[in-house]
Design a protein around this ligand. Structure first.
Ligand SMILES: C[S@@+](CC[C@H](N)C(=O)[O-])C[C@H]1O[C@@H](n2cnc3c(N)ncnc32)[C@H](O)[C@@H]1O
Length: 322
């Protein structure tokens, strides 16, 4: 008899990627994670050759007034090798990155309901040198502001006290949520080396008693933490179907009565594991009440959706909405 597959085993896709991340860590250390690992988390590299097909750029240009586009283009940028140390991109690519980040920032500014963009981009991890409006800005902070806006909609005015995130990268979402909800504690479930990276990053920015870092195999036996918010951004689609089901069950178990926010590719083929996962096919537990389900802004081939989880008495744990 074979054991049922455990959701804690990384997918082949992530085993390979995690090896690359660990090799980068050996080579560059933690101090430059925003110039290396982050580019495989949620920091998008912009390339001239793929620009015509870029849905993100199309979205940003469509939602930016001509004057803003012109200003984002014209404002001088430091593209020197010194400022971009360790980033082997041409000056044209660096310029495009700066331009796209500024456009994204301007879009996010209009939708920043929780004032995430008033936070500084931490210098920790050597962010790419993009300046705008007299300050350091970043794609990660801008994208996070848009996600936090959606999360705030899901919370419907509630203040979460206990937050769980699966697959946190270096901790960009945690950074904004821990600021937005200063009474909250935050548990990250992740594989190595991301877990060590987010621990290194967040423990320098927040008191350790607000943070908890858990490996997936320990998450399987995590008790109900009274979690009021469970989050997964750009992580589930890269897993196997069993892992996705495992994490949704985990949320169902630890976040009874709370809210869940997911932002994942609408449709993604994981080449290493030979799996195609569609957002619509996620096995959503039966007791989850949909709050919204829509294309994500900017990354329009992602979907974002939120649910509230019924209290245990009213929920059929283990059953799915199919
Ligand atoms: C593309 S990154 C996204 C990171 C972050 N959510 C963000 O948006 O910046 C995917 C994340 O999922 C994590 N991950 C991969 N396999 C996992 C697993 N089996 N359990 C938990 N996390 C996993 C990776 O380590 C990484 O942190």
């Amino acid at each position: 008899m074979t054991e049922p597959p455990s959701f804690s085993e990384p997918s082949l896709f992530w085993q390979k990627l995690a090896e690359q991340h660990a090799a980068d860590l050996d080579r560059y250390g933690l101090d430059t994670i925003k110039r290396h690992q982050a580019l495989r988390y949620f920091t998008w590299r912009w390339s001239w050759s793929a620009l015509r097909e870029s849905r993100q750029m199309r979205f940003l240009l469509k939602h930016s007034p001509p004057g803003t586009i012109a200003r984002c283009m014209r404002e001088p940028a430091d593209l020197s090798d010194q400022a971009w140390e360790g980033v082997e991109w041409s000056r044209r690519e660096r310029w495009l990155y700066v331009f796209a980040t500024r456009l994204l920032w301007e879009y996010a500014r209009k939708h920043d309901s929780l004032n995430v963009l008033s936070l500084p981009e931490p210098e920790l991890g050597s962010p790419l040198p993009v300046h705008w409006r007299g300050r350091l800005i970043s794609q990660d902070l801008a994208n996070t502001a848009l996600e936090i806006r959606a999360i705030a909609r899901a919370l419907e005015g509630e203040q979460p006290h206990t937050i769980v995130e699966v697959g946190a990268g270096y901790g960009r979402t945690a950074y904004a949520l821990l600021h937005a909800f200063p009474d909250a504690t935050y548990t990250i479930v992740d594989i190595e080396p991301a877990l060590a990276i987010s621990k290194w990053y967040l423990e320098q920015l927040f008191p350790p008693d607000r943070l908890r870092f858990i490996r997936p195999e320990l998450a399987e036996s995590l008790p109900d933490l009274g979690t009021d918010l469970a989050v997964a951004v750009s992580s589930l689609h890269e897993m196997t179907s069993d892992q996705v089901a495992g994490y949704l069950d985990l949320f169902d178990r630890v976040a009874t009565g709370g809210r869940v926010y997911l932002k994942q590719w609408q449709h993604w083929t994981n080449p290493e594991d030979g799996i195609t996962l569609d957002f619509d096919e996620y096995p959503i537990p039966a007791g989850w009440r949909p709050l919204f389900d829509e294309p994500a802004p900017v990354q329009t081939n992602f979907r974002q959706a939120a649910w509230s989880i019924e209290n245990r008495a009213g929920s059929a744990t283990g059953a799915r909405q199919t």
